[in-house]
Design a protein around this ligand. Structure first.
Ligand code: PLP
Length: 395
């Protein structure tokens, strides 16, 4: 069966060009980049080139890039750098809709004595700039706001928020894992101290990523040991991963505008087609200021998991808003923060496209999904007149 892969915010297919670039460094050139001999030096050189490519992709200096094991480590290391370097500041600001890589780290700091301001979002998933400004304090150690949300694709005003923090001497971190490669992003006009990206979201390999640390912004090694990454991230480098990440970044930037237009056209076709064909469907998140590849849509009175299972029978891969990353059936914290009603949170599905998505992929979903929803609704014990008793609204 052919796979129709529409779950690219979860992970992406590694580009064959990336695999090709990595291949020789698994077998032929296996030297340790820290070795004195030229066999290792060759790998070191290749890593330096990858660093240049990643740096060029976000408009920074190569030495402002630290390679990591992915987005999660990048987020953790940025947050702990800010707190460890300013032990007297005990206030943090973040949002209720961050990825668990930030949420859990913030909760951990909160239970350790930090005061965390959790910014809410409105029904479209937007932050309130005034609420943010009102919460910036003298003892704020860090603001951490994602560039774009992984579930809804909503893009946050990170530039304005970072500027306000900078004017007050407050460090700013952005998790740009979902934004990189999907929208243009340049650290020369984005006054953040830390920016995090991940290889497997941009058609690179899994288990590799990078954190941008602006020159002069404080950084404390999160993983200690050897002198790799200029003493900022110990451990023998994930050489093949780093090489793949460099190539993936290069490819992501090539013709980005053109690829984005194609992706958003296909996403819009899917969105309009589903809204037209399925009654009681709603889009979650604002539609204008959104990643070009993401569609989060709710179908009332059906379960997202059931939809996914039935789509799976046709080889269609997507995500639901009720099964969170831990695999539990907790409703999505993002949709709950937006105040999406219980009946809609549970029936939400996220489709996320990539540069490989074709018109045929979208046509298949448009052909199969309306019938699936109709069938599930016929089987559902719930109806608009008969809402489940005692269910929370998810607020
Ligand atoms: N941040 C966001 C917004 C993500 O979507 C993800 C992955 O789903 C991560 C962080 C974690 O990245 P990684 O899987 O590379 O650790």
């Amino acid at each position: 069966m052919n796979i129709t892969y529409l779950d690219n915010n979860a992970t992406t297919r590694t580009d064959p060009e990336v695999v090709k670039e990595m291949q020789p460094y698994f077998g032929e050139f296996y030297g340790n980049p820290s070795s004195m001999h030229s066999f290792g030096g060759r790998v070191q050189k290749k890593i330096a080139q990858a660093r240049e490519k990643v740096a060029a992709g976000i408009g920074c200096l190569p030495r402002e890039i630290i390679f990591t094991s992915g987005g999660t480590e990048g987020d953790n290391s940025a947050i702990f750098s800010a707190t460890d370097s300013q032990p007297d500041k005990k206030h943090l600001i973040t949002t209720r809709v961050e990825h668990p890589a930030v949420l859990s780290t913030m909760k951990n700091l909160e239970s350790g004595g930090y005061h965390v301001t959790w910014l809410g979002v409105d029904e479209k998933g937007r932050l309130d700039m005034q609420e943010y400004l009102d919460n910036l304090r003298k003892d704020t150690a860090l603001v951490s706001v994602m560039y774009a949300n992984n579930e809804t694709g909503v893009i946050f005003p990170v530039r304005e928020m970072a500027q306000a923090a900078k004017e007050r001497g407050i460090l700013f971190h952005t998790d740009a894992v979902q934004a990189i490669g999907k929208i243009p992003l340049d650290t020369r006009n984005l006054p953040v101290d830390y920016l995090v990206l991940s290889g497997h979201k941009i058609h690179g390999p899994k288990g590799v990523g990078a954190v941008f640390v602006r020159k002069k912004s404080p950084f404390r090694p999160y993983i200690m040991g050897g002198h790799q990454e200029n003493g900022r991230r110990a451990g023998t480098e994930n050489t093949t991963g780093i090489i793949g990440l460099g190539r993936a970044m290069e490819l992501a930037l090539a013709d980005m505008e053109l690829k984005n237009k194609k992706m958003s056209d296909l996403r819009d076709k899917l969105e309009l087609g589903l809204l037209k064909a399925v009654p009681n469907a709603q889009i979650n998140g604002e539609t204008l200021n959104r990643l070009p590849n993401t569609l989060n849509i709710s179908f009332s009175y059906v379960e997202g998991e059931a939809i996914l299972l039935m789509l799976d029978e046709f080889g269609v891969c997507a995500s639901s808003g009720s099964a969170c990353t831990s695999g539990s059936l907790e409703p999505s914290h993002v949709l709950r923060a937006m105040g999406v009603p219980f009946t809609h949170v549970h029936g939400s599905v996220r489709f996320s496209l990539s540069r490989y998505t074709t018109s045929d992929d979208i046509d298949l979903v448009l052909e199969k999904l309306p019938g699936i929803i109709q069938k599930l609704r016929e089987m559902s014990p719930f109806s608009e007149q008969n809402e489940p008793i005692g269910c929370k609204t998810g607020n």
